[in-house]
Design a binder for this molecule. Structure first.
Ligand SMILES: Cc1ncc(COP(=O)(O)O)c(C=O)c1O
Length: 446
């Protein structure tokens, strides 16, 4: 075991040391070589050292260098050193984080991390939360709690009786709602397309004055951080109108909620703490390993009612049982990496991570404008949308940049126009990475 883990450490450090020099997207030859991992499953056992060597030799060159400093696709962070190290140790611990009795350390760490995060994000310290796989499941879990609470108010126990015959819930979203919210609504039986869709402005912010009439069986889904522009829905106005009507407000704050850790960006979140539930992502801007998100609910009991499971053999301990707040029962101790990331960053480090990545996003935008290209969004956070001429030309630039390998940027369509999307979400990105990436993109665009 000792030799195996030492070899793993050596191979991992070699991989990370080389990441700045590898193409950000794997070469086609490296992907073709992945066949070497397949074939007929050997009849007998193999030495774990050889298994690891094969995995590294064939697998590593075929990875996407998302944990390096020049990956700007989707909203993808890297892995902070302390978070990676904690991930290894937690792997050695092999804890089942479902119950206190199966892992007191995982259960305790979740409580500590939750307290830190609620405080950092300015959310009520009495909230309950489930540690889930990402924002899609955080949206699902929080919206399940909303469904439970709203139907309970009108005398319907959805856990016992299901949705057939239940009184309707009015669901309100913005036109720019993230698809994961619609997926969560569909999984919850609330439907993707029976929502009322509120118009948005040119940055993708919901127009609060276009909200429909709301009541105490209305569910309003707003977002903090549009996946394309980084813009925030006007939470104060929406929450105040919804609260007056008794409606439930859910915030998809996948990456945007982390802006609260910076006094400079926190004003973008004005009013967000008046909502009833929040979905937060940790594998994006907090830079912990996949998979990691948190569903936060103001009244813990609603999340618990939606998620708890009991059985004679599931021994409880009179304390917070992690599996009472998540869709799954057995799961890994993902709170460990959150603890390590936050403990290593401290408040100042997290603020610096947020502010640095936002300022690098502005650096991209300024360089593109200076070169005469159009930046489509107000760069209020870490997201940049840029066009290199007509749609066809922009599409071509995106394809060629992806093939060239200095950096990786994806594409999108924003208000009818094809744009390159740049999301600066990694702790590892430096000004030199941005300069090299801008140079490669402008060379391709020229
Ligand atoms: C606003 C928003 N919500 C939800 C998601 C989905 O997150 P995940 O991939 O962690 O499920 C994303 C992903 O980028 C996002 O930006």
């Amino acid at each position: 075991m000792k030799d195996l883990l030492a070899a793993t450490a050596n191979r991992s450090t070699r991989y990370l040391a080389g990441i700045a020099h590898m193409p950000v997207a794997p070469r086609p030859e490296a992907i073709e070589r992945l066949e070497a991992l397949g074939g007929v499953l050997p009849q007998g056992p193999s030495d774990p050292i050889d298994v690891l060597a094969l995995l590294d030799d064939v697998g590593s060159p075929a990875t996407v260098a998302t944990t390096g400093g020049r990956y700007f696709g989707f909203v993808i962070g890297g892995t902070l050193p302390a978070a990676l190290a904690a991930n290894w140790l937690a792997g050695a611990w092999d804890q089942n984080a479902g119950l206190y009795v199966t892992s007191p350390v995982a259960a305790k760490i979740e409580e500590i991390v939750l307290g830190w995060i609620l405080d950092l994000l300015g959310l009520p310290l009495t909230c309950g939360a489930g540690f889930v796989t990402g924002t899609t499941m955080a949206n699902f879990s929080a919206l399940a709690a909303a469904r439970t609470a709203l139907l309970h108010r009108i005398g319907w126990d959805v856990e016992q009786h299901g949705l057939f015959g239940a009184p309707p819930i009015q669901v309100v979203v913005g036109e720019e709602v993230h698809v994961s919210v619609l997926k969560a609504l569909s999984m919850l039986g609330l439907g993707r397309s029976r929502v009322i869709s509120v118009p948005t402005d040119n940055q993708g912010r919901m127009k609060a004055d276009a909200l429909p009439n709301m009541d105490d069986h209305t569910l309003v889904c707003i977002q903090a951080g549009n996946v394309n522009t980084g813009a925030f829905d006007p939470a104060r106005e929406i929450c105040s109108r919804a609260n007056e009507a008794g409606a439930w407000v859910h915030v998809d704050g996948a990456f945007g909620l982390w802006a609260a850790a910076s006094p400079r960006y926190a004003p973008l979140l004005d009013g967000v703490s008046a909502a009833d539930s929040w979905a937060i992502d940790c594998h994006k801007w907090l830079n912990v390993p996949y998979d990691s998100g948190i569903a936060v609910v103001r009244e813990p009991e609603h999340l618990r009612s939606a998620m708890a499971l009991t059985a004679a053999y599931l021994q409880t301990s009179g304390t917070r049982e992690p599996c009472h707040y998540t869709p799954d029962a057995s799961r890994r101790a993902r709170g460990v990496e959150l603890w390590a990331a936050l403990r290593s960053l401290g408040r100042d480090g997290l603020r610096d991570l947020i502010e640095r990545t936002c300022s690098l996003a502005r650096m991209f935008a300024e360089a593109f404008r200076k070169a005469g290209f159009e930046v489509l969004n107000d760069v209020v956070l870490n997201q940049v949308l840029v066009c290199f001429g007509d749609d066809q030309r922009t599409r071509r630039v995106i394809d060629e940049v992806q093939k060239e390998g200095t950096c990786w940027c994806g594409g999108t369509v924003w208000h009818g126009r094809t744009a390159m999307r740049i999301s600066v979400s990694s702790w590892a990105t430096t000004a030199a990475d941005v300069e090299a990436s801008v140079a490669a993109i402008l060379k391709t665009a020229a």
